[in-house]
Design a protein around this ligand. Structure first.
Ligand SMILES: NC(=O)c1ccc[n+]([C@@H]2O[C@H](COP(=O)([O-])OP(=O)(O)OC[C@H]3O[C@@H](n4cnc5c(N)ncnc54)[C@H](OP(=O)(O)O)[C@@H]3O)[C@@H](O)[C@H]2O)c1
Length: 269
């Protein structure tokens, strides 16, 4: 029997988020999909017509702090409670020649960090409602928060000062929230490697072990179903970053500097 979960995904209009929405709707779940652009969300809802579950669009810019309560009310209008939220809305900007622009950091942090805080706080009352329902707990288990961070936070990477540090903040935020919510809500942190999406189209450097969004979504869903604390993929990229990071002098004196572009490297202090 298919158990219909009520799931909210931010950043669901393209890439990893839209693949997650389609796969979860195909598995029979009701997926509320958010992003800033309505057109793509409507197109996604159209795509779900043939699927067992359904996709319900909800336009929401996660950076708008003042909208948090209104979004909670909108979510309540769509579902009595939520069994899962997936924080997938994200922004990536790289820095050049170690020039630290506050505005750039603010744009990236606004979506990846403060946006994650806003969306989570909007969803918490509905996740708590699921946790308080004996019937819901029996049917689908504890509600879940899934935070899409990044393998870029495993170790320092050139030009990723803003993006990587925002994802490191996300990882700390959700690992900590896991402790404070442990009795009622499970938290999974997901760290993908390179996935072929709009976000990585801008990258003009080698992206080893690149994955397709459908495969990335499959890895995420498998890990979330097992209620893993952390999901890192692809394994080969995770190992290539994690192992040297355990010996910082190997990464920062030997391997890491090889990734710095010559023109950037010249201007580094
Ligand atoms: N692709 C990769 O290689 C990779 C690797 C590691 C981690 N990730 C993470 O995976 C997540 C999804 O990325 P992706 O690769 O699928 O990128 P993507 O295709 O560019 O999707 C980003 C999504 O976030 C939404 N979004 C951006 N700003 C938003 C805002 N202020 N409010 C609400 N929604 C917003 C976008 O829709 P609108 O523009 O319509 O708002 C879009 O739906 C991100 O958190 C990213 O950091 C990606």
């Amino acid at each position: 029997m298919i158990i219909n979960k009520r799931i909210w995904i931010t950043g669901a209009s393209s890439g990893i988020g839209s693949e997650l929405a389609l796969q979860l709707a195909a598995a029979g779940h009701t997926v509320i999909c958010s992003a800033r652009g309505d057109d793509k969300l409507q197109a996604l809802a159209q795509q779900s017509i043939e699927l067992t579950g359904q996709i319900v669009p909800l336009v929401y810019d996660v950076t708008e702090d003042s909208k948090t309560e209104a979004v909670t009310a909108q979510l309540k209008g769509l579902a009595d409670s939520l069994d899962m939220m997936i924080i997938c809305a994200g922004r990536c900007e790289y820095i050049d020649n170690a020039v630290l622009e506050t505005d750039l950091f603010r744009r990236v942090y606004d979506v990846n960090v403060f946006g994650a805080v806003n969306a989570t706080s909007a969803a918490l009352p509905l996740l708590e409602a699921s946790a308080a329902s004996a019937e819901r707990l029996r049917q689908v288990g504890k509600p879940q928060i899934v935070a899409i961070a990044s393998l870029s936070a495993v170790t320092g990477l050139p030009r990723a000062e803003a993006y990587g540090s925002s994802k490191a903040a996300m990882i700390y935020l959700f690992n900590t929230l896991r402790l404070d919510l442990q009795k009622r809500i499970d938290v999974t942190v997901v760290n993908p490697g390179f996935v072929a999406t709009e976000m990585t189209k801008q990258n003009d450097f080698p992206m080893p072990f690149m994955m397709q969004p459908a495969d990335a979504a499959e890895c995420i869903i498998k890990g979330v179903e097992k209620r893993k604390l952390t999901v890192n993929f692809p394994l080969r990229l995770w190992l290539s970053l994690k192992l040297p990071s355990l010996i910082p002098s190997v990464w920062y004196r030997w391997l890491g500097p090889r990734l710095v572009r010559p023109e950037s490297g010249k201007q580094q202090p």
